[in-house]
Write a protein that binds this ligand. Structure first.
Ligand code: S3P
Length: 433
C-alpha cells in the first residue's frame, strides 16, 4: 500500500488519536497474569498491541474484545499461563517480543517467538543477556536476532542490572522477569526512559520502589486485576503536533493525550524550536497525567537538540526531522544511535527520503544534521516503518508537489485510522495499491 500525499492542506479542528501503544501492550500483559478481571478502555486496536493480545490468548488467557477500545482480560494469576501449541508470532512489535521474553523466561514451559522481516533484523541480545544472568535459558538466531526461544522450568534469581542503553523495553523485560525470580530484582538506567511498567505494576497492586534511576521489586508477589483507561498516544499525537506547527494558519487541539513526563520530549523539542503549544485541562487518569494539547502554526528555528531529551522523544524523531526541514537554520541531533535499531534505521531512511525531497540532511553515526529548506516532491520509501510513512505524509503540508510514500501497510501497527484523522483535519492523503 502507498500514500499519495498532495501538497498543501490545512490542519484544523479537534481530534483524539488512538490509545497509547506502550500502555496497551502492558495492560494485556499485566492483566493476563493478575488475579481477577482487568477491563481496559481506550485500547489501541493497532496490529502491534493486537499481537500481544493474541499471544496471551495462545498462552491460555480468555480475552474479550477489542470492541470500540474495550478489552476484558480474565486474569489467570501469576502461575496460570499455559504452554502455547505453536510458536508465537509477534509481527512488527519489538515491545511484544522484548517484554514477553521477560514475562515468559520464568515459566514452566518452552516458548519460541517469531516476528516479521523488520523485527527479525532487530537486536534481542539486549534482553537475552540480562535474562541469562537471572538463570533463564534463552536462545536466539545468529547475531542475537529473532526467533527467540525461552526454555521453561528454570528457577530465576533476582539480579541488579545496570542497563547499557536507555531502553524502557530492556528495563521492563528485567522487571517482568523479576516477578518470577527469587529475591530482589533491580535496574538502573543511564537516562530516564518511559516508566509505564513501574506505574502500571503499582496500579495492579505490586510494590515497585523507584529511587532516582533505580527501580526495584521483590519476586513472588501477586497482581490484582484493575480498570485501565488508556490515554491517547503522544507518539501518534506528535505527527499532528508537527503538522500544525509547520502549516500556516493551523490551529489544532489534540484531546486526552498522555503527557507522562518520560514521554514529553517532543513537546520540549518543538517548543525550543519556537512552536506554539499549550497544554490544557491537565488531569490524572489511572496513574498517568493527561492533557489536551493545542498547537498553532509558528515559525520554527533550527536547534541543537539537548541529548537528555533523546530517550524522552525516542519515537518522535522521524517527524521531528520534518519539523527541522521546515525550520530556519540547522537542527543537529546527537546521542541517538538507538534510532538505527528501530523498525527501520530511522536516521538513514529519513536522511534518504528528505534528500529525495531536496533537503540537506546529513546522517552521522549517532544522529543527523538537517538544514531547513524547501520541501520538493518525489517518491520516498518507508522501509515498512509506520513512523517514517506518517512523517512523510506530514511533510506534504509544506511540499511543492505530491509526495508518494511507498510501503505504508505498517501504519496500522500503531495508528490504524491515521488517514481518516489526517483527512479530517484537512490534509490531502490518498491511499493506493
Ligand atoms: C517502548 C520503548 C521504546 C520505544 C518503543 C516502545 C516501550 O523502545 O521505542 O516504541 O513500550 O517500552 P526502547 O526501549 O527500545 O527504546
Amino acid at each position: 500500500m502507498k500514500f499519495i500525499a498532495k501538497a498543501g492542506g490545512q490542519v484544523e479542528g479537534q481530534v483524539r488519536v488512538p490509545g497509547d501503544k506502550s500502555i496497551s501492550h502492558r495492560s494485556i500483559m499485566l492483566g493476563a497474569i493478575a488475579d481477577g478481571v482487568t477491563t481496559v478502555d481506550g485500547f489501541l486496536e493497532g496490529e502491534d498491541a493486537l499481537c500481544t493480545l493474541k499471544a496471551f490468548r495462545a498462552l491460555g488467557v480468555v480475552i474479550e474484545g477489542p470492541e470500540n477500545g474495550r478489552v476484558v482480560i480474565h486474569g489467570v494469576g501469576r502461575d496460570g499461563l499455559q504452554a502455547p501449541s505453536e510458536d508465537i508470532y509477534v509481527g512488527n512489535s519489538g515491545t511484544s517480543m522484548r517484554l514477553l521474553a521477560g514475562l515468559l523466561a520464568g515459566q514452566a514451559f518452552d516458548v519460541t517467538m517469531t516476528g516479521d522481516e523488520s523485527l527479525t533484523k532487530r537486536p534481542m541480545e539486549r534482553v537475552a543477556a540480562p535474562l541469562r544472568m537471572m538463570g533463564a535459558v534463552v536462545e536466539t538466531a545468529e547475531g542475537g536476532r529473532p526467533p527467540l526461544t525461552l526454555r521453561g522450568g528454570q528457577q530465576l534469581k533476582g539480579i541488579h542490572y545496570d542497563l547499557p542503553m536507555a531502553s524502557a523495553q530492556v528495563k521492563s523485560c528485567v522487571l517482568l522477569a523479576g516477578l518470577y525470580a527469587e529475591g530482589e530484582t533491580s535496574t538502573t538506567e543511564p537516562a530516564p526512559t518511559r516508566d509505564h511498567s513501574e506505574r502500571m505494576l503499582r496500579g495492579f497492586g505490586y510494590p515497585v520502589e523507584v529511587k532516582g534511576a533505580t527501580a526495584r521489586l521483590q519476586g513472588g508477589g501477586r497482581l490484582q486485576g484493575v480498570h485501565i483507561d488508556v490515554p491517547a498516544d503522544i507518539s501518534s499525537a506528535a505527527f499532528f503536533m508537527v503538522a500544525a506547527s509547520i502549516t500556516p494558519g493551523a490551529d489544532l487541539t489534540l484531546e486526552h493525550v498522555g503527557v507522562n513526563p518520560t514521554r514529553t520530549g517532543v513537546i520540549d523539542i518543538l517548543k525550543a524550536m519556537g512552536a506554539d503549544i499549550t497544554l490544557l485541562n491537565h488531569r490524572e487518569v489511572g496513574g498517568e497525567p493527561v492533557a489536551d494539547i493545542r498547537v498553532r502554526h509558528a515559525a520554527l528555528k533550527g536547534i541543537d537538540i539537548p541529548e537528555h531529551l533523546v530517550p524522552l522523544a525516542i519515537d518522535e524523531f522521524p517527524v521531528l526531522f520534518v519539523a527541522a526541514s521546515c525550520a530556519s537554520g540547522q537542527t543537529v541531533l546527537t546521542g541517538a544511535e538507538e534510532l538505527r535499531v528501530k523498525e527501520s534505521d530511522r536516521i538513514q531512511v529519513m536522511a534518504e527520503g528528505l534528500a529525495t525531497l531536496g533537503i540537506d540532511a546529513q546522517p552521522t553515526p549517532d544522529g543527523i544534521a538537517i538544514q531547513g529548506g524547501e520541501l520538493g516532491e518525489g517518491t520516498v520509501y518507508s522501509h515498512h516503518d509506520h513512523r517514517i510513512a506518517m512523517s512523510f505524509a506530514v511533510a506534504s503540508l509544506r511540499a511543492k508537489g505530491p509526495i508518494v510514500i511507498e510501503g505504508c501497510d505498517n501504519v496500522a501497527t500503531s495508528f490504524p485510522n491515521f488517514v481518516e484523522l489526517a483527512t479530517k483535519v484537512g490534509m490531502n492523503l490518498e491511499v493506493a495499491e
